[in-house]
Design a protein around this ligand. Structure first.
Ligand SMILES: Cc1cc2nc3c(=O)[nH]c(=O)nc-3n(C[C@H](O)[C@H](O)[C@H](O)COP(=O)(O)OP(=O)(O)OC[C@H]3O[C@@H](n4cnc5c(N)ncnc54)[C@H](O)[C@@H]3O)c2cc1C
Ligand code: FES
Length: 284
């Protein structure tokens, strides 16, 4: 069974994360003769809602029993159909697809995860993977307003000997006031040279935020891995819709996670994306 075979799975559970965002839980072992590929944090799946569409979604969690989850923001036709699913409904899952975040082999390295909005979904998955390795990490979760902060309970239950969670909102209604990128920079400013040298940053969220995080990392020579979003159709390297200029890297196959070396060479990074017809649209 390849990662491109659609597996039909039953919705096991649904939770509300915040207004307009739900997590959908399903089990990949059931109904697939127990065969599926084990995912890694940063990978995504194509979610097919029968009669509607198929859309890319990062995994927000997985375990060794085949329980996977996606966390979905209701922005259009297919995500709205996902929000209307009930426990017991069937969806199609293709994946895990794409590459993944890479953790350093040395568990003494300090890791920092900077996420904005729905970009927290793959970072939550990464935080669970880091916990299993007993590395120390900091999460900076940014949102426009306090009501849009997600995963508070999940992050509260992480082992605080290893993890530090910082919330920041644009209007200061929850946690610190300011953008996640600003919170990241003020944190880095207080680190010593050797602490900065020991740091790897991981980010996902609105591309303007990712771009600011990238600029900070460049200034301080911090290694960065960023998960990017592009409009996708096939999700498996066939249609070319998700290509980034000028390298021709495919977000669905060579990404969605890219390191600083690749980010430096991308013309469109932080500037524009393409719509379904391939037309360039400046980022808001
Ligand atoms: C690798 C990857 C991982 C993603 N992970 C998540 C996730 O964990 N949770 C989540 O809620 N969303 C995620 N997305 C975005 C999600 O795929 C889109 O929101 C979804 O495809 C919109 O479909 P729709 O039919 O509901 O909206 P449409 O009616 O098609 O469009 C509504 C709006 O969403 C925009 N949009 C459509 N497709 C995409 C896309 N692929 N990327 C960005 N914007 C898009 C459109 O331009 C439009 O503005 C991810 C996208 C990618 C590429
Ligand atoms: S979505 Fe078709 S090549 Fe990436």
């Amino acid at each position: 069974m390849t990662e491109n075979t659609i597996k039909t799975v039953k919705v096991k559970d649904i939770t509300n994360e915040c207004k307009g965002v739900k997590t959908i839980y399903f089990n990949m072992k059931e109904g697939n003769q127990g065969r599926y590929n084990i995912p890694k944090a940063g990978q995504f799946v194509m979610v097919w809602v029968p009669g509607v569409d198929e859309v890319p979604m990062s995994l927000s969690s997985y375990d060794d029993k085949g329980n996977w989850a996606i966390t979905v923001k209701d922005v259009g036709e297919c995500t709205n159909a996902i929000h209307n699913l009930k426990i017991g409904d069937f969806i199609g899952i293709r994946g895990p697809l794409g590459n993944n975040f890479i953790l350093p082999n040395d568990s003494s390295k300090k890791l920092i995860l900077i996420g904005g909005g729905i970009g927290m979904a793959p970072l939550k998955c990464l935080s669970l993977e880091i916990m299993r390795k007993n590395s120390k990490f900091t999460i900076i979760e940014g949102a426009k307003i306090g009501e849009e902060i997600m995963f508070i309970n999940d992050f509260q239950s992480l082992d605080h000997e290893y993890s530090e969670i910082i919330y920041s909102t644009d209007d200061g209604s929850y946690g610190l006031k300011g953008f996640a990128s600003e919170t990241f920079e003020s944190l880095v400013k207080n680190y010593s040279k050797s602490e900065i040298h020991n740091l790897t940053a991981y980010t996902c969220g609105p591309e303007k935020m990712i771009f600011k995080v990238f600029q900070i990392c460049e200034r301080y020579s911090i290694k960065l891995q960023a998960s990017l979003e592009r409009i996708m159709r096939c999700g498996c390297g066939l249609c070319g819709l998700c290509a980034v200029d000028p390298l021709g890297l495919l977000v669905c196959k060579d990404g969605p996670v890219f390191d600083s070396k690749n980010l430096r060479q991308m013309d469109d990074f932080g500037k524009y994306k393409r719509d379904f017809s391939g037309k360039k649209i400046p980022l808001d």
